[in-house]
Design a protein. Structure first.
Length: 398
């Protein structure tokens, strides 16, 4: 096994169980290692720190599999890690009975570069690092064994793979093509999931709890849902008794799915007249609605990732401020804003500051009623704060 020696003074983050080792922290690699190979990690004095996956093409030069210098990284290791991740979710009362949830949340489940989501009897895995790619077969076998899913589909098509020197890879790893669309149920509502071409692995599972909150808040309110994608927030708002839900999305196919999903839910059959689906640019539409003097009682902003890294934070801040400023202008007195950022390059503190500045410039007096984030199936390792990528605020404006 090759040995990765850290530069003096760079061992602190590893000792605090942060799983990333950047190129600038590497003094040298003794021995030979191919992409994805396991290497022993030692500090400058030669003391063992654990085992990591080597990734020579990435600025994150190694990702820690284990902080135990004596642990063997083999098929049994991945069986244990996958089994542990699945068991942790089964032990949480709020996740019992959910047939759509995240099973493995990468670094926070001790499996850097591994994302796995369950949609009914279909699991979807996404491998984004050289180490995860190296152990594809072991990870797939463990997922099938622990979940009992009839099918396992690989969606390793994220852009980040290119930074690892990896090509995109998609296809069935277990089972085969389902007879029809993959269906799930969330808090009594039914949805179709496009596991092959949908965003992420097919559905935004991380917003499950926040959609339920929007449902509770929607009673008697006029709702604006921006970047609505396939309309999950919109359907929950309709189910919660919203008087009207205006949904904006630039993708025509996504809106077609939203309309079809509404029709799937018989209990919402009488709600179609309260749902407006607009294919449009959100930025331009927010401006035009504000100019027209429109008012809403609840505005939901769930935009795509504006800043994948801190290098994009400045440009992202301008975009976040723009949409939040117009959202505040559209709120009726006492209205509520649910605003989110899924950008890893924007910290919770930075996001709060952006929303606060937007409220001042609107100008509206506003307060934070609740901080929002992903559900319990998206845990955050204490040593890896980057895992808390989804940040949200529930605000009320005077």
């Amino acid at each position: 096994m090759a040995v990765l020696i850290l530069e003096r003074g760079h061992e602190g983050s590893v000792r605090r169980h942060h799983p990333w080792i950047f190129a600038s922290a590497v003094a040298r690699l003794t021995g030979s290692a191919h992409p994805g190979d396991t290497v022993e990690v030692r500090d400058a004095a030669g003391r063992g720190l654990g085992r990591a996956a080597w990734s020579p093409h990435s600025q994150i030069r190694a990702r820690m599999w284990s902080f135990d210098p004596g642990e063997t990284i083999d098929d049994a290791f991945f069986k244990r890690r996958v089994a542990g991740a699945v068991a942790r979710r089964q032990a949480l009362p709020e996740l019992r009975g959910q047939n759509a949830l995240r099973l493995i949340h990468a670094e926070s489940d001790g499996l850097p570069g591994v994302i796995a989501d369950r949609y009914g009897d279909t699991a979807v895995v996404q491998l984004t690092s050289a180490g995860a790619d190296k152990w594809r077969e072991a990870i797939a076998a463990a997922l099938v064994r622990e979940t009992g899913c009839a099918r396992l589909y690989e969606r390793s098509d994220a852009e980040v793979r290119a930074r690892e020197g990896l090509d995109a890879r998609v296809g069935w790893l277990h089972g085969g093509e389902p007879d029809g669309a993959v269906g799930i149920e969330e808090h009594g509502l039914r949805f179709e999931v496009d596991t092959r071409g949908g965003h992420k692995t097919g559905f935004y599972l991380d917003q499950r709890d926040n959609r339920l909150l929007a449902r509770a808040l929607a009673q008697g309110r006029r709702v604006l849902n921006c970047f609505c994608y396939t309309g999950a927030f919109s359907l929950h708002a309709l189910a919660g008794g919203a008087t009207e839900v205006v949904s904006i999305e630039s993708s025509g196919p996504a809106l077609e799915t939203a309309r079809r999903t509404l029709a799937l839910n018989a209990e919402l059959a009488g709600c179609a007249f309260r749902a407006q689906w607009r294919q449009a640019d959100v930025f331009a539409t927010l401006r035009s609605l504000a100019t027209a003097g429109s008012r809403f009682d609840l505005v939901i902003l769930d935009p795509p990732k504006f800043a994948p890294s801190s290098a994009h934070a400045a440009a992202a801040a301008r975009a976040y401020k723009d949409i939040n400023l117009f959202a505040f202008r559209l709120l009726a007195p006492g209205g509520l804003l649910m605003s989110f950022s899924c950008s890893g390059g924007v910290s919770p503190e930075m996001f709060r500051a952006i929303v606060a500045e937007a409220a001042r410039d609107a100008p509206r007096e506003a307060r934070v009623l609740r901080r929002l984030g992903a559900g319990a199936d998206h845990p955050v390792a204490l040593g890896f704060p980057e895992g808390e990528y989804l940040k949200g605020l529930l605000c009320q404006a005077d």
